[in-house]
Design a protein around this ligand. Structure first.
Ligand code: FAD
Ligand code: FES
Length: 366
């Protein structure tokens, strides 16, 4: 009985797959949209594209790169642009990601808008600076059991300009039957190093891009990425700083702190770095060194699952508990947070309960 059920289910699945493929082919062949014009930012660029693809892909083909952390699946909402004319109806996939104000402003998910006719769109001016780079992997260095640091030396173009806190989108190629994808990674190197970028990447079990990085990408190999993207950067103020990060969330903060040192910005900064146990900590020696150079910096690693009888003498507990102990009054500070959505939301709750205005909290969730 069971084999018959399995055969029937398999047959139905195969039929579904064939039908979906036929529909896609039909749309491509039968619905020929011809060449469409995309007018970007009221004539700043006019692109002639072949209709039928997504707006996101059509723009990328003409070197206009929109952030797309989920690679066009319609789940990250990073790819928002204003479609002023020709975009059609908001699809059910887009709807949950658009606020009433964004709908009013004609904001759309560019990965979900099909180019079927001429379009008029508006994108943030910074995105005209985004470039696609070829680079060589100069080193891949393990930082912990599940985090590596990549150093990418730029080949073409050979230099990059970015603000500490920004990120790039790394492109993983097809490998072992897994599709090519683009994923966002914060730049951990200093903006002053213009001929390379470094990334700090944590392995995600069965993740497409991270499995490629950990198991397939070799030193000396060429890689492709686009960037810089994002608006996470040091605010122009004099307020003392609280940084909170965990795991690979170290990346933008590591860049930001060394950029402050390079630029002689001496705002008092306390950096809380959360990890489970000592084996999840990294850059301890680097922070000891930089604390000696920069008396304004205080690095506070905190462990939440370190065995009670270990030799660890530093802070213990959830990072939010440690922050609350150090800053019962955070009303005069600014905060820069980077890590998982859960950690960021919990940190924002603690900081605002302790008096920090919400508008003084800046973060990158991933
Ligand atoms: C702005 C930004 C900056 C970032 N910076 C960093 C950084 O500095 N360092 C870092 O390590 N990461 C960073 N990330 C996260 C990074 O972009 C990737 O999300 C992460 O590396 C996982 O990618 P992956 O391709 O390996 O995993 P994916 O293949 O995307 O899989 C992720 C998880 O989702 C599951 N999954 C995959 N596809 C589906 C599906 N269709 N349905 C349900 N579940 C699915 C997988 O099983 C896996 O558990 C950043 C993200 C953003 C948005
Ligand atoms: S690329 Fe992620 S929602 Fe469009």
């Amino acid at each position: 009985m069971l084999p018959q059920i399995l055969i029937s289910v398999g047959f139905l699945l195969a039929c579904g797959l064939v039908l979906a493929t036929l529909l896609l082919l039909a749309e491509k062949k039968i619905l020929n949209y011809g060449t469409c014009q995309i007018d970007v930012n009221a004539g700043r660029k006019t692109l002639a594209v072949e209709g039928g693809a997504s707006l996101l892909a059509s723009l990328a083909e003409h070197n206009v790169f929109i952030p797309s952390a989920c690679g066009g699946r319609g789940t990250c909402a990073y790819c928002k642009v204003k479609v002023l004319d020709g975009g059609g109806q908001v699809s059910p996939i887009e709807a949950p990601y658009l606020t009433p104000e964004e709908r009013q402003d004609q904001v759309r998910l560019s990965c979900q808008v099909k180019v079927r006719k001429d379009l008029k769109i508006d994108i943030p001016a910074e995105l005209f600076n985004v470039v696609r780079f070829r680079a060589r992997l100069a080193h891949k260095r393990p930082l912990t059991h599940d985090i590596v640091e990549l150093r990418l030396e730029l080949l073409d173009p050979s230099a990059i300009t970015f603000d500490a806190g920004q990120y790039v989108q790394l492109e993983s190629p097809d490998y072992k039957g897994r599709e090519s994808v683009m994923r966002g990674y914060s730049i951990s190197s200093r903006p002053a190093d213009t001929h390379l970028i470094e990334l700090i990447i944590r392995r995600v079990p069965d993740g497409i891009c991270t499995t490629w990085v950990f198991d397939h990408l070799q030193e000396g190999q060429e890689v492709v990425f686009s960037g810089p993207y994002g608006f996470f950067h040091l605010n122009d103020s004099q307020a003392p700083i609280i940084c909170i990060a965990g795991g690979s969330g170290m990346a933008p903060i590591w860049s930001l702190i060394r950029d402050m040192r390079d630029k002689g910005i001496a705002r008092p900064a306390t950096y809380f770095f959360g990890a489970l146990t000592q084996r999840d900590l990294f850059f301890r020696d680097e922070f000891k060194q930089i604390e000696q150079e920069c008396p304004w910096l205080h690095f506070v690693p905190a462990l939440s699952q370190e065995p009670a009888d270990s030799d660890w003498t530093g802070e213990r507990g959830l990072i939010t508990e440690v922050v609350a102990r150090h800053f019962p009054d955070a009303s005069q500070h600014e905060a820069y947070l980077c890590g998982s959505p859960g950690m960021i939301d919990a940190s924002i709750a603690v900081l605002t309960q302790n008096g920090m205005p919400q508008e003084n909290v800046f973060y990158d969730k991933f």
